[in-house]
Design a protein around this ligand. Structure first.
Ligand code: AR6
Length: 181
């Protein structure tokens, strides 16, 4: 892996990697930056549905629509991961308050994975593509929420953030370093 950084918070490993969310075979569940209808879309959702195959959209259909901040779980189908957690991020400046709705995504996904007794999870950067959330603010919310949720987790041992672009990876890395203070 080209770029990777690891920090341990209360015995849980928090990792940042630059890469593709569909190429994380060593985690139990990956998170989808979904649309409300849980359909194939662009970006992360397109990549996940393509890799999982059409059975994923079929399984998700009865769970749709979901609301901003909500998380629902499905199986992983042809993905190397057993499960996918689908989160609807806020459209920046439209779904309000965007900051707490984005925090809800990370918290709800972590608590849902933990409830399913899953031990490792990988997130993309939710809302920072088509939904327009500024990356620096989104990185702060993602990492702060992960840190605040960690004391409530019983089963998860590893939390990975997968950043597609090198500049997004660097932004998250700076924010993670600030968390150590
Ligand atoms: N792996 C990891 N990160 C990725 C990948 C990938 N394969 N592809 C893109 N990213 P987006 P959103 C990054 O647009 O903003 C969809 O069409 C990307 O660089 O996937 O929550 C859905 O159907 C960006 O930083 O999610 C929804 O309608 C981040 O992932 C809508 O877009 C999120 O980009 C959701 O928008």
């Amino acid at each position: 892996m080209a770029h990777q950084t690891i920090q341990t918070i209360q015995n849980i490993q928090v990792e940042l990697v630059q890469g593709d969310i569909t190429q994380q075979p060593d985690v139990s569940v990956i998170v989808n930056a979904a649309n409300a209808q849980l359909e194939t879309g662009g970006g992360v959702a397109g990549a996940i549905h393509r890799a999982a195959g059409p059975a994923l959209a079929k399984e998700c259909k009865p769970m749709a629509p979901i609301n901003p901040g909500e998380a629902v779980i499905s199986s992983g189908h042809r993905l190397p991961n057993g499960h996918v957690i689908h989160c609807l991020g806020p459209v920046y400046g439209v779904d309000q308050p965007s900051d707490s709705l984005l925090a809800d995504c990370y918290r709800n996904a972590l608590l849902l994975a933990d409830e399913y007794k899953l031990t490792s999870i990988a997130f993309p950067s939710i809302s920072t593509g088509a939904f327009g959330y500024p990356i620096k603010a989104a990185a702060g919310i993602a990492l702060d929420t992960i840190k605040k949720t960690i004391p409530h987790l019983k089963n998860i041992q590893k939390i990975r953030l997968v950043l597609f672009d090198q500049s997004d990876f660097e932004t998250f890395k700076k924010r993670l370093e600030q968390l150590e203070d």
